[in-house]
Write a protein that binds this ligand. Structure first.
Ligand SMILES: C=C(O[C@@H]1C=C(C(=O)O)C=C[C@H]1O)C(=O)O
Length: 381
């Protein structure tokens, strides 16, 4: 057996050889991209990559076929990355984004629920000068923004305990709106009921399903029956109206106060670290220098390695992906779209090249927005 040091010396020498060959191969990729710019043609040519793979695999022992396939797939993917970046630099019009100036001071902001709902409080944090208008549902918010009645809508997308708000993601796609702002709020639920109620009289807790989920253990421990309402503030308002001492609401302290309920207990959420991320949505895709986050949705062909390949592109750009989740496609059973958030800025060349490559190589891509993420002072604390 050879000494480890000697083997590693050989590995170093081999890596230097591979590096030289890699640089040579990338020069070829540059020539190919110049050719394609001059004569037209897609960067990705699957038939050529398959032919190359099949040829190369003939010369590889069986036990290393998969290892070599991985290496060649990575090589061709970064060769494409190099071509996309070069082409986009030479011809920026290859990626046309309909960018509008950011509206940071909207006149009207629509939100779901009633005054003192968490969305109302988030909307006030984001747009202190705007007129805030409550709507019965998130869909009504999206509708008002699409119609142009509302400049901006504010809706929740994600909670640190209960997870993604799927309905909002579905609406984003259905209505084709864009995210312009993102704001994280610490959520501290209280349990509130009419004057005279106590833990001896209450039997039911009313709230939004997300809030009920965030207080699941508490509800079980107190032997209460959860009842779903469209919103936390709607629940507080309804209980105040009913005067019923057997019902309580899970809502914000502000909602309990606004609707004249007494707080039976504060901070009833199971996890102390309970935060919700809200987004502001608009009809227009906008960007500004200070933006740090981009969201997009994509669909992929149903073939081996397609998700891996799409995600690997983000890693190739050294981009930090902050969120990914999938949703089923309604009209195509067992097919999914993927929602991805990542650190980037639509004005930056690397973000643009990443988006360009993704758009060229996925079956469908829509940019959902460019924005920065703010958080309230209680989140920072
Ligand atoms: C280099 C080319 O562009 C792409 C990259 C390939 C590679 O790196 O070998 C092969 C096919 C294309 O998907 C080409 O078209 O030959």
């Amino acid at each position: 057996m050879r000494d480890l040091k000697d083997v590693r010396r050989d590995i170093n020498a081999i890596d230097h050889e591979i590096l030289k060959l890699f640089l040579k191969r990338m020069k070829c990729a540059e020539e190919v991209s110049d050719y394609k710019m001059e004569h037209g043609g897609q960067v990705l040519v699957p038939s050529r990559e398959t032919e190359l793979m099949n040829t190369m695999l003939q010369d590889i022992p069986d036990e290393l076929k998969l290892e070599y396939s991985s290496l060649l797939r990575t090589t061709t993917r970064v060769s494409r990355k190099h071509q996309y970046a070069r082409m986009l630099e030479a011809e920026p019009q290859r990626l046309q984004l309909d960018l509008h100036p950011r509206n940071n001071d909207p006149k009207t902001v629509y939100y779901g629920g009633l005054p003192a709902s968490y969305a109302d409080i988030a909307a006030k944090d984001l747009f202190p000068h705007a007129q805030r208008i409550p709507q019965n549902s998130w869909e009504d918010v999206f509708h008002a923004v699409l119609d142009g009645k509302a400049d901006i809508g504010v809706v929740p997308v994600e909670n640190s305990t209960a997870g993604t708000v799927n309905e909002v993601y579905d609406l984003l796609e259905q209505y084709g709106l864009y995210i312009t702002h993102s704001h994280i709020k610490r959520i501290r639920h209280c349990i509130a009921a009419c004057k005279g109620a106590s833990f001896d009289t209450i039997k039911e807790v009313h709230s939004h399903p997300q809030a009920l989920r965030q207080c699941q253990q508490y509800i079980k421990q107190h032997n209460l029956t959860p009842v779903e309402e469209s919103n936390t503030a709607v629940a507080a308002h309804a209980i105040a109206q009913s005067g019923d001492l057997t019902r309580a609401a899970i809502c914000s302290e502000a909602a309990a106060r606004l609707y004249g309920l007494e707080i039976l207990e504060d901070h009833v959420n199971d996890a102390d670290f309970n935060q919700t991320r809200f987004i502001a949505v608009s009809r227009f895709l906008s960007t500004q220098e200070a933006d740090t986050r981009v969201s997009l949705v994509l669909t992929l062909p149903h073939i081996v390695g397609s998700l891996y390949g799409a995600l690997a592109v983000f890693a190739d750009y050294g981009v930090n992906m902050t969120e990914i989740h999938s949703r089923p496609l309604r009209d195509m059973p067992w097919n999914y779209c993927f929602y991805i958030d990542f650190d980037g800025n639509l004005l930056r060349q690397d973000t643009r090249a990443l988006i360009y490559q993704t758009m060229q190589e996925c079956s469908y891509v829509r940019i959902l927005g460019s924005y920065s993420v703010t958080q309230d002072s209680e989140v920072k604390a």
